[in-house]
Write a protein that binds this ligand. Structure first.
Ligand code: SF4
Length: 448
């Protein structure tokens, strides 16, 4: 059972030192109980109290990782029902289904699409991450060979799927270092799969026909020492599967039901044979509340919108997307190329940089850290003002890259030009760029 705020408070140091960011230990305890604070924020909790508090401070949905290296997929860890309450934490992984009964050319095509369908947006690479490898042939050797091929030819996180225990053992052994998800423990095989999951330290999917049976099986596996579970309610109609997702999320968050406090796996690929309908079902599960979404195939026209939807929903609304502060060369600039400055709000950067690219005038773009604020907001907040910009320009290293001493500032920040010239000192010229980024391309062409 999760502890109440008062029970947590009794275990805290009660010094009200404020180092956790709130004024009192009681306020911190209340936040911890509500899942709005991390226990690690208080540096003074004793080891004994930590042990007792670990349950109360753990996210109501257990976070876990499938895969390894750069393409490891973290799922679970969610603390809210609705994104606007705080934020969603770990985006669901998109899985591409490959069966060992598929012809070789089909397998090759799917592998190729898995590797090629990547999209760069706002400095991020959007892509599917998981391959669900399904044993339908009944041939263990064929299944094992397919898993080895997929492991060798991609960086995918892998789901090893079979109804046969021996096939699962061979499949997991073939990719154990990739930390695959084992699919799936049922009432008939749960002991053997618990042992397999513990032996290879892999997460284990749990499948049952109804919620009660799923809870019981989850408890049984937890008691057997398997901590990382992924829930499959067995529903294969959209309506029932959607209801199950909402039920599990509410049970875990509101009723603090630890039996259902795990991420889920959904199978839109088994709910329809129409690709567009499958994509729409998958889109619903991105919002509510799948941990893994298994698709029958990856096709650009359906995968791309799903990736963008996922990006939008899983971007923290409280933290603007930011670029690293620094100097960005655009189009092989030289020591005579213009130098422009903007803020590190990601959207501002991408609009400005794409306008510079469109101008075909190679340029240096200085991106200043304004904590993710756009130009006008940063100026109003006093973060994009003459002395701050001047200090950044002098330290940025731009004088090693250009022989001129001219800097172009956004037109909406024209008011800072005097202070900036003063801060930069003699020899510098501050030029006022256009107010709208849309006019930047024409401005650069005329100025060059
Ligand atoms: S840091 Fe710890 S001791 Fe200090 S106020 Fe917060 S909870 Fe209390």
């Amino acid at each position: 059972m999760a502890l109440t705020g008062i029970e947590i408070f009794k275990l805290l140091p009660k010094t009200n030192c404020k180092e956790c960011g709130v004024p009192t230990c009681l306020a911190f305890a209340m936040n911890l109980a509500a899942g709005k604070a991390e226990l690690s924020s208080c540096p003074y909790v004793s080891e004994e109290a930590k042990a007792k508090l670990s349950e109360a401070s753990a996210p109501p949905i257990r976070p876990l990782v499938i895969g390894s290296g750069d393409n490891a997929v973290k799922i679970g860890g969610e603390t809210v029902l609705f994104r606007h309450e705080k934020t969603f934490v770990n985006k669901p992984g998109f899985a591409l289904l490959i069966s060992d009964t598929m012809p070789e050319a089909e397998v090759e095509g799917r592998l190729r699409r898995f590797k090629e369908l990547k999209y760069e947006r706002v400095g991020l690479v959007l892509r599917g991450e998981i391959i669900a490898v399904k044993n339908e042939s009944g041939d263990i050797g064929k299944f094992e060979a397919l898993i080895k091929k997929i492991k060798g030819e991609s960086d995918a996180a892998i789901i090893v799927m079979s109804d046969e225990l021996e096939a699962l053992k061979a499949g997991v052994a073939a990719c154990a270092e990739r930390t695959p998800l084992i699919y799936a423990a049922t009432n008939d095989n749960s002991e053997a799969l618990a042992d397999l999951a513990k032996e290879h330290k892999c997460p284990l999917a749990v499948k049952a026909d109804n919620m009660e049976a799923l809870s019981l099986l989850s408890d049984k596996l937890t008691a057997a020492g398997v901590k990382d579970l992924v829930l499959d309610t067995g529903s294969r109609t959209f309506r029932k599967a959607f209801e199950d997702e909402v039920f599990i999320r509410r049970a875990a968050l509101i009723q603090k039901n630890r039996s259902l406090g795990f991420p889920t796996i959904t199978f839109p690929c088994e709910m329809t044979k129409e690709p567009m309908k499958e994509a729409m079902i998958a889109a619903a599960f991105v919002a509510k509340y799948a941990g893994i979404i298994v698709l029958s195939d990856f096709q650009g026209e359906t995968l791309f919108p799903l990736l963008v939807e996922r990006l939008n929903i899983y971007t923290d609304p409280q933290r603007p997307m930011m670029m690293q502060q620094g100097i960005y060369p655009i189009g092989n600039p030289t020591e005579d190329s213009p130098a422009l400055i903007t803020t590190n709000f990601a959207l501002t950067y991408f609009i400005v940089s794409s306008e510079i690219e469109a101008s075909r005038v190679p340029s240096w773009l200085l991106v200043m850290d304004t904590e993710g604020l756009s130009v006008l907001t940063a100026w109003a907040a006093g973060k994009f003002v003459g002395d701050a910009i001047g200090t950044f320009v002098k330290k940025s290293g731009i004088t090693d890259k250009v022989k001129h001493r001219r800097i172009v500032i956004p037109g909406v920040a024209a008011g800072v030009s005097g202070d900036l010239e003063e801060e930069l000192g003699a020899g510098w010229e501050v030029k006022i760029g256009p107010r709208e980024a849309a006019h930047l391309s024409a401005y650069l062409r005329m100025a060059s």
